[in-house]
Design a protein around this ligand. Structure first.
Ligand code: GDP
Ligand code: MG
Length: 271
């Protein structure tokens, strides 16, 4: 196994009976000023929808551009729902709103995928994520840091942040099966998220910025999920406009999150 080769994780295969799922994929797209990228991304999602059952949840987070109307226009027969924040509340609140909306309509066999709305993530990977969860994973991460994964097209500073954070979190946190802690492209078994959401409520995601992705993994850790990774070749060259990630601010958020987790880890509870 790739993880074992690298001496990183001990549990990459499900150690519980396989739980079959063949449900719907709810695809949550947190979007802030993404009018330029959404049409192409919705078109690529519509291709996946030819063979998979998909509902897309675009969370327009107080965008100043036409993100909401582009999302509402949809693409062909693709099932697109739009959740709106009237003012910009940040990535964390947007992901939380999207997860909650998706969970309200999801069944036990469904999966919930979160991916960037900037069209740098290949929607074709949703099939692989679905397959991982069908095979028994509870969380499947599109990872830049497994063989076949690639972050070459991202700017230098951005790559250093993601790589540094991956090393740091790997060393400091007790989460098996994860190399790419900050990837914005992941799938979750809906029933796992529903349990965690019932337990944590509004506190499921408290981070407002990009650290929310790591925070969610840490909160889910208490459910003892099986986590696997599939390779992600990031296509930053498709990105229209600059990243919304602020390097220094995000680094500080990561360090604070880590410090909080070290100092007062939430007690293990079976959820
Ligand atoms: N809802 C919401 N989404 C945001 C915000 N900031 C960034 N995003 C979205 O989060 C995703 C990640 O941001 P992006 O610029 O792609 O970051 P990068 O690809 O990691 O450099 C994109 O889909 C953005 O539209 C925000 O304040 N609110
Ligand atoms: Mg992005």
């Amino acid at each position: 196994m790739a993880f074992e080769e690298a001496g990183l994780a001990t549990r990459t295969k499900p150690d519980r009976p396989t739980v079959r799922t063949s449900g719907r994929a709810h695809v949550v797209l947190p979007a802030f000023n993404e009018e330029a990228s959404l049409p192409s991304l919705l078109g690529r999602l519509a291709e996946v929808a030819l063979t998979e059952r998909i509902t897309v949840w675009v969370v327009d987070d107080g965008s100043a551009d036409r993100t909401a109307s582009v999302a509402e226009a949809g693409f062909g027969g693709l099932d697109v729902r739009v959740v709106r924040h009237l003012v910009n509340l940040g990535l964390g609140r947007a992901v939380l709103s999207g997860l909650r909306a998706a969970l309200e309509e999801s069944g036990p066999d469904d999966i919930v995928v979160v991916m960037d709305a900037d069209d740098t993530h290949d929607p074709g990977l949703i099939r692989l994520l679905q397959a991982e969860i069908t095979a028994g994973a509870d969380v499947a991460i599109c990872s830049r840091f497994v063989p076949g994964g690639d972050d070459r097209t991202a700017p230098f500073g951005r790559r250093m942040l993601s790589r540094g954070a991956a090393q740091l979190f790997h060393r400091a946190l007790d989460v098996d099966g994860v190399r790419d802690f900050t990837s914005g492209y992941r799938a979750y078994r809906a029933s796992l998220l529903a349990r965690a959401s019932a337990h944590w409520g509004e506190r499921l995601i408290e981070e407002q910025g990009f650290a929310c992705m790591v925070e969610l993994l840490l909160k889910l850790r208490h459910c003892r999920p099986v986590i696997t990774e599939v390779p992600l070749a990031l296509r930053y060259d498709r990105k229209q406009g600059p990243s919304k990630l602020k390097l220094r601010r995000t680094l500080v958020q990561y360090l604070k999150l880590l410090a909080r987790d070290r100092l007062s880890p939430a007690p293990y509870r079976k959820l």
